[in-house]
Ligand binder design. Structure first.
Ligand SMILES: Nc1ncnc2c1ncn2[C@@H]1O[C@H](COP(=O)(O)OP(=O)(O)OP(=O)(O)O)[C@@H](O)[C@H]1O
Length: 258
C-alpha cells in the first residue's frame, strides 16, 4: 500500500482534508467506443462534512463515488485518501489511484461504509443478524444493537427484511454500513427507491450518523431538494464538476421540499 507521511490540514482553511481528487478522468472502453465518464475532476472532501453529489443521469456521479470508495480506479489522475493509522494514530495517505486490488479491498473493508439504492439485505437473517455479518469481520465495530439504535430501529432488532418497510430496510442497510465505524460513508441514491415520507426517515438517519459520529458522508441524488441538508453541494454535468455550493444553513430532512 502506498503509505506516505501527509500534511492533512488544508492550507487554505482549518478543515482537514479526507479526499484529494486531482484531475481524474475515467474512460470506459465499450468495444470500439470510448465512454468518457469523468473528464477532469478536481475535488477535496473534508473531515466530517456531508456532501451531496447532484447531476443528471450519466453525469458521472456513481463513477466518482465508486472511485472514492475503491470500487473502481481512474484512467488518469490521482485520488489521495488521508486518515490516521489505526495502530499509531500517525497521519497517513493512501494513493487510491495506484493501489493494488488487495490494497483496495483492505481500504474498503476498514475505512468505507456503502449504502446503495437497493438494500441488499439477506432475507433469511433478522435486522440484528444482517448488521452482525459486518461487525464480525470489523476491527473495532459498534454492536449491531447500537448501530440499529442510531438509525431508529432499536425496536426492530428481530424483524426479518420482509417484515420491514422499504425505508426501514434501507435504515438497516445504513446500520450495517456504519457498524464498523467507517471514516467514510458513501451513499448512491439511498432514497431512489422510496417515497418522500419514507425517504425523509432515511435522510434523517444519514444526517444523524454524520452529526453524531462525525462520519465524512457523500450522498448521490437526482433530487435537488435533498441538497439543502448538505454542507456542500457538488454539481456534475457530463463528467465535469460545474458548481460547488456551500450551504450556510442546513435544513433538516423533514423540512426539505422534495
Ligand atoms: N461499467 C461501465 N462500462 C461502460 N460505461 C459505463 C460504465 N459505468 C458507467 N458508464 C458510463 O459512464 C457514464 C457515467 O455513468 P455514471 O453511472 O457514473 O453516471 P451517474 O451520474 O451516476 O448516472 P445515474 O444517475 O443514471 O446513476 C455514463 O455514460 C455511463 O453509461
Amino acid at each position: 500500500m502506498k503509505l506516505m507521511q501527509s500534511n492533512t490540514p488544508d492550507s487554505s482553511s482549518d478543515k482537514t482534508v479526507v479526499f484529494e481528487v486531482e484531475n481524474i478522468t475515467k474512460i470506459y472502453q465499450m468495444g470500439e467506443v470510448e465512454v468518457h465518464a469523468l473528464r477532469g475532476i478536481n475535488l477535496k472532501l473534508y473531515q466530517g462534512e456531508l456532501s451531496v453529489l447532484l447531476g443528471a443521469s450519466g453525469s458521472g456521479k456513481s463513477t466518482l463515488l465508486n472511485i472514492l470508495g475503491g470500487l473502481d480506479t481512474p484512467t488518469a489522475g490521482k485520488v489521495l485518501y488521508h486518515n490516521n493509522n489505526p495502530q499509531t494514530q500517525e497521519p497517513q495517505t493512501i494513493d487510491l489511484s495506484s493501489a493494488s486490488e488487495h490494497e483496495l479491498t483492505e481500504y474498503r473493508r476498514f475505512n468505507v461504509g456503502f449504502v446503495f439504492q437497493f438494500y441488499n439485505l439477506i432475507p433469511s437473517l433478522t435486522a440484528r443478524e444482517n448488521v452482525a455479518v459486518v461487525t464480525e469481520i470489523a476491527k473495532a465495530p459498534m454492536t449491531p444493537e447500537e448501530a440499529l439504535q442510531i438509525v431508529g430501529l432499536g425496536e426492530r432488532l428481530n424483524h426479518f427484511p420482509a417484515q420491514l418497510s422499504g425505508g426501514e430496510q434501507q435504515r438497516v442497510a445504513i446500520a450495517r454500513a456504519i457498524a464498523k465505524n467507517p471514516d467514510v460513508l458513501l451513499c448512491d441514491e439511498p432514497t431512489g427507491a422510496l417515497d418522500s415520507q419514507t425517504g425523509i426517515k432515511v435522510l434523517e438517519a444519514l444526517q444523524r450518523v454524520n452529526q453524531e459520529l462525525g462520519t465524512t458522508t457523500a450522498v448521490i441524488t437526482h433530487n435537488a431538494g435533498i441538497a439543502q441538508m448538505a454542507n456542500r453541494v457538488i454539481s456534475l454535468s457530463d463528467g465535469l464538476i460545474t458548481n460547488i455550493h456551500t450551504n450556510e444553513t442546513l435544513i433538516s430532512p423533514k423540512d426539505l421540499s422534495w
